[in-house]
Design a protein around this ligand. Structure first.
Ligand code: SF4
Length: 334
């Protein structure tokens, strides 16, 4: 087994002195460090975050503009129409509701506002609404606009880019080898293709993952390699918050120190991405949420998630103040 001190020193030298990416084998060695070395791993990840991305933290609000009733069967998702959950399908919010939510997000000091729709992909009506809304939100609030609306055609991706959409969210969620156990109504390759398309038409790619769905350590390493292939500007890191009624309802939460280990590993693996705290952090990390901010995270979703409640934005802003981490806009395109 690798000497933990040697593995940590090698990671530090590679990322801070040589300014090179770690190999997947180097990441495997770090993933196998005994638990007592996780704080030291987090410390290296924090230094890497400061060196590669700076002290600033990007704050984003998300709005579920069309909730529930999704025809896809993602096993973790309470918005799927395949499962009997408490989430009720609602139609697309009207423009004034979206603009009001964006204004609230801007008032928190956020720089990014993401409009999320529970759909397989946008139909013509949804596309019309998005293309009209994106510039309106930008003009009225000054926020960068992000959209998450599922699988895109090239024409749709081009239309969103032309409407000024800054970032498009499309998650890989989990490793290609694990995906068929989680979703059967679309393939991992369809997701991968949309991720590539987003970048090809000039939008930034926000490509998230969801840990804690029964994937192995090796599959998490595989996922890191796959993320490198799509080269996202941002990676939202979600931890499974098991939703009643879904097939993953009885899965255990990721242990808090295990979550810190993987936050650190994602930072070490992807030193130049915006690594965002996303869903599940409150139930998974509990008292360790501030520790995640010093383990490689440099962005937050504040307020509520799509179907679960987050803690209050004021608590998050107070945490950032206590950590002396200024809020700013981070963008690979700037
Ligand atoms: S994760 Fe997205 S695509 Fe999958 S069921 Fe939920 S809303 Fe639909």
């Amino acid at each position: 087994m690798t000497n933990p001190h040697a593995a940590l020193a090698a990671a530090r030298a590679a990322l801070l002195d040589e300014h090179r990416q770690l190999t997947l084998d180097e990441l495997r060695a770090l993933a196998a460090l005994p638990d007592e070395h996780v704080p030291a791993l987090a410390a290296v990840a924090h230094d890497v975050r400061l060196e590669w991305m700076g002290r600033e933290v990007e704050v984003e609000g998300i709005l579920s503009a069309k909730t529930g009733g999704c025809p896809e069967d993602c096993s973790f998702c309470s918005q799927s129409s395949h499962f009997d959950t408490s989430v009720k399908a609602t139609p697309f919010l009207d423009a004034e509701e979206v603009l009001a939510a964006a204004a609230e997000t801007a008032a928190l000091g956020a720089s990014e506002f993401c409009i999320v729709l529970a759909v397989r992909g946008p139909n013509a009506i949804v596309m019309d609404q998005l293309v009209r809304l994106a510039p309106l939100v930008r003009e009225r609030t000054g926020l960068n606009v992000a959209i998450s609306a599922g699988i895109l055609t090239r024409a749709q991706a081009e239309a969103l880019a032309a409407a000024g959409v800054h970032r498009y969210n499309h998650n890989l969620e989990t490793a290609r080898s694990h995906f068929p156990e989680i979703v059967t109504t679309h393939t991992w390759d369809e997701r991968f293709d949309t991720c590539r398309l987003v970048r090809e038409v000039g939008m930034e790619l926000c490509c998230g993952v969801l840990l804690g769905m029964g994937e192995t350590v090796e599959q998490r390493i595989e996922l890191i390699g796959e993320l490198r292939d799509v080269a996202p500007a941002e990676v939202p890191l979600n931890f499974l918050n098991p939703r009643p009624g879904t097939p993953l309802a009885d899965r255990p939460l990721v242990e808090p120190m295990e979550a810190i280990r993987w936050i650190a590993l994602f930072r070490l693996a992807l030193p130049d991405v915006i690594l965002r705290y996303a869903g599940g952090r409150e139930v998974t990390l509990g008292e360790l949420q501030a520790m995640g901010m010093t383990a490689g995270i440099n962005a937050l979703i504040v307020g509520n998630y799509l179907t679960t409640l987050g803690r209050s934005p004021q608590d998050d802003l107070a945490m950032l103040e206590a950590l002396q981490m200024p809020i700013g806009a981070l963008s690979a395109a700037l």
